[in-house]
Design a protein around this ligand. Structure first.
Ligand code: ADP
Ligand code: MG
Length: 240
């Protein structure tokens, strides 16, 4: 579903991604971890073309991300993304947040878009909040709406960049629970997170990055039980 092949990227002279390769199969959950500044966000953002890259190739569901002929709005509509900061439109109700992109990008009519949006809002346990504004909801609730909004676009895969790291501790689990369910339902997911309990539960594979390089790419179990490198061992001993 996601093929990242030998990606390199530079900011001026600084190489932020060094020959990174990752394959994410359909239905697989890949967790990306590593120290701050190691290039996790940059890597995940290259997948839906939010960050350009200078070398290598990325293919998402058969679409070449770096190809100048690729229809980027169409690609992005196929790849759901949820960031650290809930990026709901503050001036729109939850209902409007859920339908906007479906109508604008997918050309759905209002009725169909509302039906789809509200069904997903129900799935994240927030149906009765449809007519609130984002500012009237907690961070955890807003993040669950952000996930529902991304799912309303019928994405082929979902990217998460530290979706719980800006949340108060008591709200982290409600968001992780939604993600665990999504994983169980077979969604293809790439998740940058420091939540190692979550990672242990759902990660088919764990990618460990350091200084722009993918240092480890192991089945979840193996990564947690016996990481191959000192760097990953040190990272785990600090975080667990
Ligand atoms: P992570 O998500 O693992 O914390 P990032 O992908 O955000 O790491 O950043 C990787 C490195 O790239 C960091 O050293 C960061 O300072 C640098 N970086 C990120 N964005 C830019 C930018 N726009 N210009 C220059 N350097 C950047
Ligand atoms: Mg980051």
């Amino acid at each position: 579903m996601i093929e990242i092949k030998n990606i390199s990227k530079w900011y001026g002279n600084f190489q932020v991604l060094k020959n990174c390769s990752v394959n994410v199969e359909k239905g697989e959950v890949v967790v990306v971890c590593g120290p701050s500044g190691s290039g996790k966000s940059t890597l995940i953002k290259t997948v839906n073309a939010l960050e350009p890259f200078q070398q290598g190739e990325i293919i998402v569901d058969g679409i070449s991300v770096g190809d100048p002929k690729t229809d980027l709005p169409k690609l992005r509509s196929r790849v759901g993304m949820v960031f650290q900061h809930f990026e709901l439109f503050p001036h729109l109700s939850i209902r409007e947040n859920l339908v906007l992109a479906q109508m604008k990008v997918l050309g759905r009519g209002r009725e169909e878009a509302e039906e789809r949006g509200l069904k997903l809002l129900d799935r994240v346990g927030l149906l009765k909040h449809a007519d609130k504004f984002p500012g009237q909801m907690s961070g955890g609730q807003q993040q669950r709406v952000a996930i529902a909004r991304a799912l309303a676009m019928d994405p082929v895969c979902m990217l998460f960049d530290e979706p719980t790291s800006a949340l108060d501790p008591e709200m982290i689990n409600e968001v992780l629970d939604v993600m665990v369910n999504l994983a169980k339902e077979g969604m293809t997911m790439m998740v940058v997170t420091h939540e190692m309990g979550f990672a242990r539960k759902v990660a088919d594979r764990v990618i460990f990055m350091d200084a722009g390089e993918i240092i480890e790419n192991l089945p979840g179990q193996e990564f947690f039980n016996a990481p191959h490198t000192d760097r990953a061992q040190k990272f785990l001993s600090k975080i667990l």
